[in-house]
Design a binder for this molecule. Structure first.
Ligand code: NAD
Ligand code: GLY
Length: 356
């Protein structure tokens, strides 16, 4: 299978390579962007058991010295404590600014290894090797890195663009179904933002058959927003479609529901509210519900508008008296809608009610 390459234009440009069998060519692809050096390969316990050996062997073949670092899988590991252990490991092996970090895994690994790369010696190069669909289409591209605090998710972080991104679609074969579906929600989001081809694939429920194209089209769209607004002060906020309500659902559920699943609920609710406000083309919500359900994603939650509002207002990242929501004008085109925070509760109510 051929490799698809998406170029990302940012403060540092890089390529995202998407294809089958890339893991066993890791060394060759790193060699194309960096001279042989020491490489700390960061991975969680699940992913390391599956793929660490392949990556290490390929790097060694091309003359890289490898230093594997594993941490327990899961969001609960995305802490400063675990990053601190990672940084100690890297420092104890005397990595310098001419060495590399590789993030091999999902978004948790990418966010932590990226944060370590952004901060160790005030910044060293790193490479993203995403192994979840969500990491491939979202977290590995665009340079956002972060860890969680007790006060909330992703509250400490840095922008740090990788040297390159290697996405081996074969790694998705070992993903638990619900982890794969979680990534589908972000791809559907790109479809709702601007991609008829993604909407067609997800309407037909054929994402797995077209996975390389799904990843390439999603990354192309994300790269476009990143090129226009790398530091997230303007149009990049369109990538938050479904996220304001989705985050409120996540927080209300005390993180027992997966992120992408909550984003699916958030997209449906904001679309329904948009229809009732006359901003969204009638029929959009029903079509979106069909797409989400076809891909095993939830479209509603039992939480009250009051409970969701409380969670939305406790978002430490929310600022000011106004809130900008992204909502669909129709499938494939979105708009910003800025409202006083006092209107959020009525929007949540409109989003929940199924009777028009
Ligand atoms: P994750 O990294 O925890 O991976 C989910 C699960 O899948 C884990 O148990 C992991 O061990 C397992 N796994 C990963 N790859 C596998 C494979 N190929 N085969 C079998 N199991 C595998 O979570 P995620 O869903 O990939 O990412 C979520 C994280 O990403 C969150 O922390 C979120 O905040 C972050 N995120 C960051 C950005 C960004 O721009 N930086 C964007 C979106 C999400
Ligand atoms: N995940 C949204 C962004 O990267 O901006």
């Amino acid at each position: 299978m051929s490799i698809q390459t998406i170029h990302v234009t940012a403060s540092r440009d890089y390529d995202v390579l998407i294809g089958s069998g890339l893991l066993k060519e890791t060394g060759k692809h790193l060699r194309a962007v960096h001279a042989p050096c020491r490489v700390a390969v960061i991975s969680d316990s699940n992913v390391a058991a599956l793929y660490m050996d392949t990556v290490l062997a390929s790097l060694k073949e091309e003359g890289f010295e490898t230093l594997p670092f594993r941490f327990p899988a899961g969001e609960r590991s995305k802490t400063l404590d675990v990053v601190s252990g990672m940084l100690d490991f890297i420092a104890n092996h005397h990595l310098t600014r001419t060495d590399l970090i590789v993030a091999l895994g999902g978004g948790v690994t990418g966010d932590m290894a990226g944060f370590a790369a952004a901060t160790y010696l005030r910044g060293i190069d790193y490479v993203q090797i995403p192994t979840t669909l969500l990491a491939a289409v979202d977290s590995s591209v665009g340079g956002k890195t972060a860890v969680d605090l007790r006060a909330g998710k992703n509250l400490v972080g840095a922008f740090k663009q990788p040297l390159c991104v290697l996405c081996d679609i074969d790694t998705f074969d070992t993903l638990p179904e619900e982890v794969f579906r979680d990534g589908c929600a972000e791809c559907i989001k790109y479809g709702v933002l601007e991609s008829p081809s993604l909407l067609k694939i997800f309407s037909e429920g054929t994402a797995k058959e077209h996975i390389a194209d799904v990843v390439a089209e999603s990354v192309r769209i994300k790269a476009d927003y990143v090129a226009k607004d790398e530091f997230d002060t303007g149009v990049r906020r369109f990538l938050n479609l479904g996220h304001t309500i989705g985050h409120a659902v996540e927080r209300t559920a005390k993180y027992s529901l997966m992120h992408g699943h909550c984003v699916a609920i958030g997209m449906v609710m904001i679309s329904r509210a948009g229809e009732k406000l006359g901003l969204t083309e009638p029929g959009t919500t029903d079509a979106l519900i069909r797409i989400c359900e076809t891909n095993g994603l939830p479209v509603s939650c039992d939480y009250s508008a009051e409970a969701l509002l409380e969670s939305a207002l406790s978002d430490k990242k929310r600022r000011g008296e106004q809130i900008t929501l992204i909502l669909p004008k129709k499938l494939g085109a979105c708009m910003e809608h800025t409202v006083p925070v006092s209107e959020l509760e009525s929007i949540l109510r409109l989003g929940k009610e199924t009777s028009v």
